[in-house]
Design a protein. Sequence first.
Length: 552
Amino acid sequence: AQPAGWPRNLNVLAMPAAHAADDDDAATQPDAPRRAAPAPFARLTGGLRAMKRYGFRARSVYFVEGAQRWFSWDDPAALAEEGAALADWCRTHRIALVLLVDPDIARADTGPRTDDPPLVRDASRATRSGFHGVCTGVAQLQRTHGELLWVVDFWRAGDMLAAGEVRPLRFAPSGRLAAIADGDAAEPARRMKLATDEDRVVASRAVLEDGTRAPAGWEIVDDNAAVVAACTHAQAATAVLAFRSHAQLESVCAAVHALRRQCGGALKIAVVERDVVLRQQFEMLVLSVGANRVVARDLPMSRMQTAVTALRGQLYARPVAPDYRAALAAALGDSVLGYLPVGAFCLRIRAVLDRGAVLALPHTLAKIALLPGVSHVDALRHCRPRRAGDVVTADAAHLYVFLFACEPADADDALARIFDVPVDTLSDRIVCLGQGSIDAELDALKAENRRAPIADYSDLFAASRPAGDAAVAGAAARVPGRHTADPAAFAEEPAAEHTAPGGHAPNAAPQLADADDAPPAADTPAPVSAFPAARARGAIRSAMPLRKQEGA
Protein backbone atom coordinates (compact mmCIF):
# COMPACT_ATOMS: atom_id res chain seq x y z
CA ALA A 1 0.00 0.00 0.00
CA GLN A 2 1.20 3.51 -0.76
CA PRO A 3 1.73 6.02 2.07
CA ALA A 4 -1.04 8.50 2.81
CA GLY A 5 -0.99 11.40 0.38
CA TRP A 6 1.19 9.52 -2.13
CA PRO A 7 0.31 10.62 -5.69
CA ARG A 8 -1.19 8.02 -7.98
CA ASN A 9 0.92 6.62 -10.81
CA LEU A 10 4.11 7.69 -9.04
CA ASN A 11 6.95 5.19 -8.89
CA VAL A 12 10.24 5.74 -7.04
CA LEU A 13 13.19 3.54 -7.92
CA ALA A 14 16.56 3.69 -6.13
CA MET A 15 19.76 2.45 -7.69
CA PRO A 16 21.65 0.02 -5.43
CA ALA A 17 24.84 1.26 -3.83
CA ALA A 18 27.91 1.04 -6.03
CA HIS A 19 30.39 -1.66 -5.02
CA ALA A 20 34.00 -0.71 -4.42
CA ALA A 21 35.34 -4.24 -4.47
CA ASP A 22 37.27 -3.72 -7.68
CA ASP A 23 38.99 -0.64 -6.29
CA ASP A 24 39.86 -2.48 -3.08
CA ASP A 25 41.33 -5.40 -5.02
CA ALA A 26 43.36 -3.02 -7.17
CA ALA A 27 44.72 -1.32 -4.08
CA THR A 28 45.76 -4.56 -2.37
CA GLN A 29 46.79 -6.46 -5.51
CA PRO A 30 48.44 -4.15 -8.04
CA ASP A 31 48.74 -6.99 -10.58
CA ALA A 32 45.04 -7.86 -10.45
CA PRO A 33 43.15 -7.23 -13.72
CA ARG A 34 41.21 -3.97 -13.72
CA ARG A 35 37.67 -3.73 -15.01
CA ALA A 36 37.45 -1.42 -18.02
CA ALA A 37 35.24 1.65 -17.77
CA PRO A 38 31.78 1.07 -19.30
CA ALA A 39 31.37 2.27 -22.88
CA PRO A 40 28.86 5.03 -23.67
CA PHE A 41 25.24 3.82 -23.49
CA ALA A 42 26.31 0.76 -21.48
CA ARG A 43 25.22 2.30 -18.19
CA LEU A 44 22.01 3.71 -19.69
CA THR A 45 21.07 0.41 -21.33
CA GLY A 46 21.67 -1.44 -18.08
CA GLY A 47 19.49 1.02 -16.17
CA LEU A 48 16.58 0.77 -18.59
CA ARG A 49 16.84 -3.01 -18.62
CA ALA A 50 16.63 -3.01 -14.81
CA MET A 51 13.36 -1.05 -15.00
CA LYS A 52 11.62 -3.71 -17.07
CA ARG A 53 10.75 -5.81 -14.02
CA TYR A 54 8.51 -3.00 -12.77
CA GLY A 55 6.60 -2.68 -16.02
CA PHE A 56 6.02 0.45 -18.02
CA ARG A 57 2.60 2.01 -17.54
CA ALA A 58 1.75 4.84 -19.90
CA ARG A 59 1.19 8.31 -18.44
CA SER A 60 3.14 7.42 -15.30
CA VAL A 61 5.94 9.25 -13.51
CA TYR A 62 9.12 7.46 -12.42
CA PHE A 63 11.59 8.99 -9.96
CA VAL A 64 15.00 7.39 -10.28
CA GLU A 65 17.34 8.06 -7.35
CA GLY A 66 21.06 7.72 -8.01
CA ALA A 67 20.61 8.14 -11.77
CA GLN A 68 24.11 9.62 -12.11
CA ARG A 69 25.28 6.04 -12.61
CA TRP A 70 23.37 5.86 -15.89
CA PHE A 71 25.45 8.41 -17.75
CA SER A 72 28.99 9.21 -18.92
CA TRP A 73 29.50 12.45 -17.01
CA ASP A 74 33.15 12.83 -18.03
CA ASP A 75 32.38 12.73 -21.78
CA PRO A 76 30.18 15.70 -22.82
CA ALA A 77 29.56 14.35 -26.33
CA ALA A 78 28.53 10.90 -25.10
CA LEU A 79 26.43 12.50 -22.36
CA ALA A 80 24.46 14.54 -24.92
CA GLU A 81 23.84 11.44 -27.07
CA GLU A 82 22.73 9.43 -24.04
CA GLY A 83 20.32 12.22 -23.08
CA ALA A 84 18.80 12.34 -26.58
CA ALA A 85 18.37 8.55 -26.61
CA LEU A 86 16.70 8.60 -23.20
CA ALA A 87 14.31 11.37 -24.32
CA ASP A 88 13.28 9.29 -27.37
CA TRP A 89 12.77 6.25 -25.14
CA CYS A 90 10.46 8.24 -22.80
CA ARG A 91 8.37 9.50 -25.73
CA THR A 92 8.05 5.98 -27.11
CA HIS A 93 6.81 4.56 -23.80
CA ARG A 94 4.75 7.71 -22.97
CA ILE A 95 6.21 7.99 -19.48
CA ALA A 96 7.98 10.76 -17.57
CA LEU A 97 11.30 10.24 -15.83
CA VAL A 98 12.56 12.48 -13.03
CA LEU A 99 16.25 11.80 -12.54
CA LEU A 100 17.72 12.54 -9.11
CA VAL A 101 21.36 13.13 -9.93
CA ASP A 102 24.45 13.96 -7.87
CA PRO A 103 27.51 13.82 -10.16
CA ASP A 104 29.80 14.68 -7.23
CA ILE A 105 28.50 11.98 -4.91
CA ALA A 106 31.84 10.16 -5.09
CA ARG A 107 33.78 13.19 -3.86
CA ALA A 108 37.06 12.49 -2.10
CA ASP A 109 36.35 14.37 1.13
CA THR A 110 34.31 12.47 3.69
CA GLY A 111 34.01 15.18 6.36
CA PRO A 112 30.75 16.77 7.43
CA ARG A 113 29.14 18.98 4.81
CA THR A 114 26.49 21.43 5.98
CA ASP A 115 26.23 23.28 2.65
CA ASP A 116 26.07 21.86 -0.86
CA PRO A 117 28.43 22.88 -3.67
CA PRO A 118 26.68 24.46 -6.67
CA LEU A 119 25.56 21.89 -9.23
CA VAL A 120 23.63 23.56 -12.03
CA ARG A 121 25.15 27.03 -12.07
CA ASP A 122 28.81 26.12 -11.93
CA ALA A 123 31.66 26.00 -14.41
CA SER A 124 30.72 22.46 -15.52
CA ARG A 125 27.24 23.54 -16.64
CA ALA A 126 28.51 24.45 -20.13
CA THR A 127 29.81 20.92 -20.69
CA ARG A 128 26.35 19.53 -19.82
CA SER A 129 24.35 21.94 -21.96
CA GLY A 130 23.72 19.27 -24.61
CA PHE A 131 22.27 16.93 -21.98
CA HIS A 132 20.21 19.71 -20.38
CA GLY A 133 18.81 20.72 -23.77
CA VAL A 134 16.81 17.51 -24.18
CA CYS A 135 15.27 17.79 -20.70
CA THR A 136 11.94 19.43 -19.95
CA GLY A 137 13.45 21.02 -16.88
CA VAL A 138 16.64 21.24 -14.84
CA ALA A 139 16.55 22.25 -11.19
CA GLN A 140 18.69 21.80 -8.14
CA LEU A 141 17.93 21.10 -4.50
CA GLN A 142 20.54 23.24 -2.76
CA ARG A 143 21.37 23.63 0.92
CA THR A 144 22.82 27.06 1.67
CA HIS A 145 23.49 28.30 5.23
CA GLY A 146 21.34 25.42 6.45
CA GLU A 147 18.34 26.40 4.32
CA LEU A 148 16.95 24.21 1.54
CA LEU A 149 16.49 26.08 -1.74
CA TRP A 150 14.82 25.02 -4.97
CA VAL A 151 17.06 26.52 -7.67
CA VAL A 152 15.39 26.39 -11.09
CA ASP A 153 17.68 26.67 -14.09
CA PHE A 154 14.70 26.23 -16.40
CA TRP A 155 11.44 24.33 -16.16
CA ARG A 156 8.75 23.88 -18.82
CA ALA A 157 5.09 23.20 -18.04
CA GLY A 158 2.90 23.24 -21.14
CA ASP A 159 3.37 26.59 -22.85
CA MET A 160 4.95 28.20 -19.79
CA LEU A 161 8.63 28.43 -18.97
CA ALA A 162 10.21 29.30 -15.63
CA ALA A 163 13.90 30.19 -15.60
CA GLY A 164 16.37 31.52 -13.08
CA GLU A 165 14.09 31.22 -10.05
CA VAL A 166 15.12 30.43 -6.49
CA ARG A 167 12.46 29.34 -4.00
CA PRO A 168 13.02 28.55 -0.32
CA LEU A 169 11.71 25.20 0.87
CA ARG A 170 9.95 24.71 4.18
CA PHE A 171 8.47 21.78 6.04
CA ALA A 172 4.74 21.97 6.64
CA PRO A 173 3.29 20.59 9.91
CA SER A 174 2.36 17.43 8.01
CA GLY A 175 6.05 16.90 7.16
CA ARG A 176 5.65 17.70 3.47
CA LEU A 177 8.39 19.83 1.89
CA ALA A 178 6.88 22.80 0.06
CA ALA A 179 8.32 25.66 -1.99
CA ILE A 180 7.42 29.12 -0.71
CA ALA A 181 6.23 31.37 -3.52
CA ASP A 182 5.86 35.14 -3.26
CA GLY A 183 2.58 35.97 -1.56
CA ASP A 184 1.80 32.31 -0.97
CA ALA A 185 -0.55 32.00 2.02
CA ALA A 186 -1.32 28.31 1.69
CA GLU A 187 0.36 27.71 5.05
CA PRO A 188 0.83 30.34 7.76
CA ALA A 189 4.49 31.33 7.84
CA ARG A 190 4.75 30.65 11.56
CA ARG A 191 3.83 27.00 10.99
CA MET A 192 6.46 26.37 8.33
CA LYS A 193 9.82 25.04 9.51
CA LEU A 194 13.38 25.14 8.20
CA ALA A 195 13.74 21.53 9.34
CA THR A 196 11.57 19.06 11.16
CA ASP A 197 13.42 19.66 14.47
CA GLU A 198 13.05 23.46 14.55
CA ASP A 199 10.75 23.34 17.59
CA ARG A 200 13.42 21.56 19.64
CA VAL A 201 15.27 23.57 22.34
CA VAL A 202 18.24 22.08 24.22
CA ALA A 203 19.46 24.15 27.18
CA SER A 204 22.12 23.86 29.85
CA ARG A 205 20.83 23.54 33.40
CA ALA A 206 22.93 26.56 34.41
CA VAL A 207 20.68 28.75 32.25
CA LEU A 208 17.86 28.30 34.77
CA GLU A 209 18.01 30.26 37.97
CA ASP A 210 17.62 28.44 41.27
CA GLY A 211 14.06 27.26 41.63
CA THR A 212 13.07 28.39 38.14
CA ARG A 213 10.83 26.05 36.25
CA ALA A 214 11.97 25.02 32.78
CA PRO A 215 9.72 26.16 29.91
CA ALA A 216 7.48 23.51 28.44
CA GLY A 217 9.15 21.48 25.71
CA TRP A 218 12.73 22.45 26.59
CA GLU A 219 15.30 19.69 26.99
CA ILE A 220 17.44 20.45 30.04
CA VAL A 221 20.88 18.82 30.14
CA ASP A 222 23.70 18.99 32.67
CA ASP A 223 26.10 21.49 31.12
CA ASN A 224 27.35 23.07 27.88
CA ALA A 225 29.23 19.91 26.86
CA ALA A 226 25.99 17.94 27.15
CA VAL A 227 24.26 20.50 24.92
CA VAL A 228 26.91 19.94 22.23
CA ALA A 229 26.49 16.17 22.51
CA ALA A 230 22.68 16.37 22.36
CA CYS A 231 22.80 18.52 19.20
CA THR A 232 25.20 16.31 17.25
CA HIS A 233 22.65 15.55 14.53
CA ALA A 234 20.48 18.66 14.92
CA GLN A 235 19.61 20.76 11.88
CA ALA A 236 17.44 23.71 12.91
CA ALA A 237 17.06 23.21 16.66
CA THR A 238 18.02 25.83 19.27
CA ALA A 239 21.01 25.31 21.59
CA VAL A 240 21.10 27.47 24.73
CA LEU A 241 24.51 27.70 26.43
CA ALA A 242 25.32 29.31 29.78
CA PHE A 243 28.17 31.75 30.47
CA ARG A 244 28.79 31.94 34.22
CA SER A 245 32.42 33.04 34.62
CA HIS A 246 35.15 34.59 32.52
CA ALA A 247 37.23 31.45 32.99
CA GLN A 248 34.59 29.73 30.81
CA LEU A 249 35.23 31.93 27.80
CA GLU A 250 37.44 29.49 25.91
CA SER A 251 35.14 26.50 26.53
CA VAL A 252 32.05 28.47 25.48
CA CYS A 253 33.80 29.56 22.26
CA ALA A 254 34.80 25.95 21.57
CA ALA A 255 31.22 24.73 22.12
CA VAL A 256 29.70 27.43 19.90
CA HIS A 257 32.26 26.84 17.15
CA ALA A 258 31.77 23.06 17.22
CA LEU A 259 27.98 23.37 17.02
CA ARG A 260 28.08 25.81 14.12
CA ARG A 261 30.62 23.84 12.10
CA GLN A 262 28.89 20.48 12.48
CA CYS A 263 25.24 21.57 12.25
CA GLY A 264 25.22 24.41 9.72
CA GLY A 265 23.53 27.79 9.59
CA ALA A 266 19.99 26.70 10.44
CA LEU A 267 20.93 25.78 14.01
CA LYS A 268 20.18 28.56 16.49
CA ILE A 269 22.76 29.17 19.24
CA ALA A 270 22.05 31.47 22.18
CA VAL A 271 24.54 32.27 24.94
CA VAL A 272 22.89 33.38 28.19
CA GLU A 273 24.86 35.50 30.65
CA ARG A 274 24.64 34.29 34.22
CA ASP A 275 26.45 35.94 37.18
CA VAL A 276 28.85 37.91 34.92
CA VAL A 277 28.58 40.12 31.86
CA LEU A 278 30.49 39.64 28.62
CA ARG A 279 32.58 42.61 27.56
CA GLN A 280 31.99 44.06 24.13
CA GLN A 281 34.97 42.36 22.50
CA PHE A 282 34.05 39.01 24.02
CA GLU A 283 30.45 39.36 22.84
CA MET A 284 31.76 40.05 19.34
CA LEU A 285 34.02 37.01 19.72
CA VAL A 286 31.14 34.70 20.63
CA LEU A 287 29.05 36.02 17.74
CA SER A 288 31.92 35.61 15.27
CA VAL A 289 32.49 31.94 16.12
CA GLY A 290 28.84 31.07 15.47
CA ALA A 291 26.39 32.33 18.11
CA ASN A 292 23.16 33.94 16.93
CA ARG A 293 22.59 35.99 20.05
CA VAL A 294 23.91 36.83 23.51
CA VAL A 295 21.08 37.12 26.06
CA ALA A 296 21.80 39.74 28.71
CA ARG A 297 22.21 38.96 32.39
CA ASP A 298 19.41 39.43 34.93
CA LEU A 299 16.58 39.04 32.43
CA PRO A 300 13.46 37.40 33.87
CA MET A 301 12.82 33.88 32.67
CA SER A 302 9.90 35.01 30.52
CA ARG A 303 12.08 37.61 28.75
CA MET A 304 14.87 35.09 28.19
CA GLN A 305 12.37 32.60 26.76
CA THR A 306 11.05 35.30 24.42
CA ALA A 307 14.60 36.10 23.25
CA VAL A 308 15.27 32.43 22.52
CA THR A 309 11.94 31.95 20.74
CA ALA A 310 12.63 35.02 18.58
CA LEU A 311 15.50 33.12 16.93
CA ARG A 312 13.03 30.82 15.20
CA GLY A 313 13.37 30.95 11.43
CA GLN A 314 16.73 32.72 11.49
CA LEU A 315 19.74 31.61 9.48
CA TYR A 316 23.36 32.25 10.44
CA ALA A 317 24.85 33.59 7.22
CA ARG A 318 27.94 35.35 8.61
CA PRO A 319 31.34 33.77 7.92
CA VAL A 320 32.53 31.58 10.79
CA ALA A 321 36.10 31.98 12.02
CA PRO A 322 38.01 28.87 10.87
CA ASP A 323 39.90 28.64 14.18
CA TYR A 324 38.20 29.83 17.35
CA ARG A 325 41.57 29.98 19.12
CA ALA A 326 42.85 32.63 16.71
CA ALA A 327 39.66 34.61 17.24
CA LEU A 328 40.05 34.26 21.00
CA ALA A 329 43.62 35.55 20.82
CA ALA A 330 42.39 38.57 18.85
CA ALA A 331 39.79 39.41 21.48
CA LEU A 332 42.19 39.25 24.42
CA GLY A 333 43.80 42.52 25.39
CA ASP A 334 47.58 42.76 25.50
CA SER A 335 49.23 41.84 28.77
CA VAL A 336 50.59 45.38 29.17
CA LEU A 337 49.08 48.77 29.88
CA GLY A 338 50.36 52.26 30.51
CA TYR A 339 53.21 54.19 28.93
CA LEU A 340 55.31 52.87 26.03
CA PRO A 341 58.00 54.74 24.07
CA VAL A 342 57.02 55.73 20.57
CA GLY A 343 58.74 52.86 18.77
CA ALA A 344 57.33 50.16 21.02
CA PHE A 345 53.92 51.88 20.97
CA CYS A 346 53.73 51.76 17.16
CA LEU A 347 54.89 48.13 16.98
CA ARG A 348 52.40 46.98 19.60
CA ILE A 349 49.42 48.82 18.11
CA ARG A 350 50.25 47.46 14.67
CA ALA A 351 50.35 43.92 16.06
CA VAL A 352 47.02 44.44 17.83
CA LEU A 353 45.40 45.69 14.62
CA ASP A 354 46.71 42.75 12.60
CA ARG A 355 45.64 40.20 15.18
CA GLY A 356 42.21 41.76 15.61
CA ALA A 357 41.39 41.78 11.89
CA VAL A 358 39.74 38.37 12.21
CA LEU A 359 37.08 39.92 14.48
CA ALA A 360 37.03 43.45 13.05
CA LEU A 361 37.32 44.75 16.61
CA PRO A 362 36.82 48.51 16.90
CA HIS A 363 39.79 50.38 18.38
CA THR A 364 40.34 54.08 18.99
CA LEU A 365 43.51 56.16 18.96
CA ALA A 366 42.98 59.44 20.82
CA LYS A 367 45.37 62.19 19.72
CA ILE A 368 45.41 64.75 22.53
CA ALA A 369 47.01 68.14 21.84
CA LEU A 370 48.50 69.45 25.09
CA LEU A 371 47.86 73.01 26.24
CA PRO A 372 50.93 75.31 26.17
CA GLY A 373 51.26 75.31 29.95
CA VAL A 374 50.99 71.53 30.41
CA SER A 375 54.18 69.48 30.51
CA HIS A 376 54.35 65.95 29.16
CA VAL A 377 55.34 64.61 32.58
CA ASP A 378 52.28 66.16 34.22
CA ALA A 379 49.96 64.89 31.49
CA LEU A 380 51.39 61.36 31.68
CA ARG A 381 51.15 61.43 35.46
CA HIS A 382 47.41 62.11 35.23
CA CYS A 383 46.92 59.37 32.60
CA ARG A 384 46.21 56.08 34.37
CA PRO A 385 45.03 53.31 32.03
CA ARG A 386 43.52 50.41 33.96
CA ARG A 387 42.25 48.15 31.19
CA ALA A 388 44.48 45.55 29.52
CA GLY A 389 45.65 46.76 26.12
CA ASP A 390 45.22 50.50 26.79
CA VAL A 391 48.62 52.13 26.21
CA VAL A 392 49.86 55.70 25.90
CA THR A 393 52.83 57.53 24.39
CA ALA A 394 53.81 61.13 23.65
CA ASP A 395 55.47 63.17 20.92
CA ALA A 396 56.55 66.81 20.92
CA ALA A 397 53.05 68.25 21.27
CA HIS A 398 50.58 65.41 21.82
CA LEU A 399 49.61 62.48 23.97
CA TYR A 400 48.47 59.36 22.12
CA VAL A 401 46.12 57.06 24.02
CA PHE A 402 45.21 53.75 22.40
CA LEU A 403 41.87 52.39 23.64
CA PHE A 404 41.61 48.65 23.00
CA ALA A 405 38.22 47.42 21.75
CA CYS A 406 36.62 50.84 22.18
CA GLU A 407 34.31 52.55 19.70
CA PRO A 408 35.24 56.16 18.84
CA ALA A 409 31.79 57.16 20.11
CA ASP A 410 32.74 55.86 23.57
CA ALA A 411 36.20 57.42 23.62
CA ASP A 412 35.20 60.51 25.63
CA ASP A 413 33.79 58.40 28.46
CA ALA A 414 36.84 56.13 28.39
CA LEU A 415 39.25 59.08 28.56
CA ALA A 416 37.29 60.55 31.47
CA ARG A 417 37.90 57.32 33.39
CA ILE A 418 41.57 57.09 32.40
CA PHE A 419 42.58 60.64 33.41
CA ASP A 420 42.28 61.57 37.08
CA VAL A 421 41.65 65.23 36.21
CA PRO A 422 39.19 66.69 33.70
CA VAL A 423 40.66 66.22 30.24
CA ASP A 424 39.87 69.79 29.23
CA THR A 425 42.41 71.00 31.81
CA LEU A 426 45.12 69.27 29.78
CA SER A 427 43.95 69.76 26.21
CA ASP A 428 41.57 71.85 24.15
CA ARG A 429 41.65 69.58 21.08
CA ILE A 430 41.17 65.80 21.00
CA VAL A 431 40.96 63.84 17.76
CA CYS A 432 39.60 60.28 18.04
CA LEU A 433 40.85 58.16 15.15
CA GLY A 434 38.98 55.03 14.11
CA GLN A 435 40.06 51.86 12.36
CA GLY A 436 40.73 53.42 8.97
CA SER A 437 42.86 56.32 10.26
CA ILE A 438 45.03 54.64 12.90
CA ASP A 439 47.48 53.16 10.37
CA ALA A 440 48.17 56.52 8.76
CA GLU A 441 48.74 58.18 12.14
CA LEU A 442 51.13 55.42 13.21
CA ASP A 443 53.12 55.85 9.99
CA ALA A 444 53.39 59.60 10.60
CA LEU A 445 54.46 59.03 14.21
CA LYS A 446 57.15 56.53 13.17
CA ALA A 447 58.44 58.92 10.50
CA GLU A 448 58.65 61.73 13.06
CA ASN A 449 60.58 59.47 15.43
CA ARG A 450 63.05 58.57 12.66
CA ARG A 451 63.73 62.21 11.83
CA ALA A 452 64.40 63.19 15.44
CA PRO A 453 64.23 60.74 18.35
CA ILE A 454 61.26 61.51 20.57
CA ALA A 455 61.79 61.66 24.32
CA ASP A 456 61.40 58.38 26.19
CA TYR A 457 59.78 58.52 29.65
CA SER A 458 60.10 54.82 30.45
CA ASP A 459 62.14 55.55 33.58
CA LEU A 460 59.22 57.54 34.99
CA PHE A 461 56.22 55.71 33.56
CA ALA A 462 57.07 52.09 32.80
CA ALA A 463 54.37 49.85 31.37
CA SER A 464 52.90 47.33 33.78
CA ARG A 465 50.88 44.15 33.72
CA PRO A 466 47.23 44.29 34.77
CA ALA A 467 46.18 42.24 37.77
CA GLY A 468 43.81 39.28 37.53
CA ASP A 469 42.95 36.00 39.16
CA ALA A 470 44.97 32.85 38.59
CA ALA A 471 42.10 30.73 37.32
CA VAL A 472 41.48 33.02 34.38
CA ALA A 473 45.21 33.31 33.72
CA GLY A 474 45.32 29.58 33.07
CA ALA A 475 42.58 29.86 30.45
CA ALA A 476 44.39 32.67 28.65
CA ALA A 477 47.71 30.84 28.75
CA ARG A 478 46.22 27.96 26.76
CA VAL A 479 45.54 30.19 23.75
CA PRO A 480 48.17 29.40 21.07
CA GLY A 481 50.37 32.26 20.02
CA ARG A 482 50.17 34.10 23.34
CA HIS A 483 53.37 33.87 25.35
CA THR A 484 52.01 35.67 28.39
CA ALA A 485 48.65 35.16 29.99
CA ASP A 486 46.26 38.07 30.12
CA PRO A 487 44.03 37.40 33.10
CA ALA A 488 42.66 40.92 33.30
CA ALA A 489 41.28 40.61 29.80
CA PHE A 490 38.71 38.16 31.18
CA ALA A 491 38.00 40.13 34.35
CA GLU A 492 35.26 42.73 34.48
CA GLU A 493 36.29 46.36 34.55
CA PRO A 494 37.20 47.29 38.11
CA ALA A 495 35.11 49.79 39.94
CA ALA A 496 37.96 52.28 39.64
CA GLU A 497 37.13 52.75 35.98
CA HIS A 498 33.78 54.19 36.97
CA THR A 499 35.11 56.86 39.32
CA ALA A 500 34.19 60.41 38.50
CA PRO A 501 36.73 62.45 36.53
CA GLY A 502 39.25 63.87 38.91
CA GLY A 503 38.69 61.17 41.52
CA HIS A 504 41.48 58.87 42.62
CA ALA A 505 41.03 55.16 41.98
CA PRO A 506 41.87 52.86 44.88
CA ASN A 507 44.07 50.63 42.77
CA ALA A 508 45.83 53.41 40.92
CA ALA A 509 49.57 53.69 41.11
CA PRO A 510 50.85 56.35 43.54
CA GLN A 511 51.46 59.71 41.93
CA LEU A 512 55.00 60.42 40.94
CA ALA A 513 56.82 63.41 42.25
CA ASP A 514 57.52 66.30 39.97
CA ALA A 515 60.15 65.50 37.36
CA ASP A 516 62.63 67.96 38.84
CA ASP A 517 62.22 66.49 42.34
CA ALA A 518 62.39 62.85 41.27
CA PRO A 519 65.31 60.84 42.73
CA PRO A 520 67.99 59.60 40.34
CA ALA A 521 67.27 56.39 38.50
CA ALA A 522 70.24 54.72 40.17
CA ASP A 523 68.71 55.25 43.63
CA THR A 524 65.26 53.98 42.71
CA PRO A 525 64.69 50.51 41.22
CA ALA A 526 62.98 50.75 37.87
CA PRO A 527 59.68 48.90 37.49
CA VAL A 528 59.76 45.80 35.36
CA SER A 529 58.09 46.28 31.99
CA ALA A 530 55.94 43.61 30.40
CA PHE A 531 57.23 44.62 26.98
CA PRO A 532 60.97 44.41 26.25
CA ALA A 533 61.01 47.65 24.29
CA ALA A 534 59.52 49.48 27.27
CA ARG A 535 62.31 48.59 29.72
CA ALA A 536 63.37 51.33 32.06
CA ARG A 537 66.05 53.62 30.72
CA GLY A 538 67.06 57.25 30.90
CA ALA A 539 65.05 59.80 28.99
CA ILE A 540 66.44 60.72 25.57
CA ARG A 541 67.00 64.44 25.35
CA SER A 542 65.60 66.03 22.23
CA ALA A 543 64.23 69.35 21.09
CA MET A 544 61.05 68.68 23.08
CA PRO A 545 61.06 70.80 26.27
CA LEU A 546 59.74 69.54 29.59
CA ARG A 547 57.25 72.34 30.07
CA LYS A 548 55.87 73.06 33.50
CA GLN A 549 52.69 74.73 34.67
CA GLU A 550 52.82 78.49 34.43
CA GLY A 551 53.51 80.06 37.77
CA ALA A 552 54.83 76.78 39.23
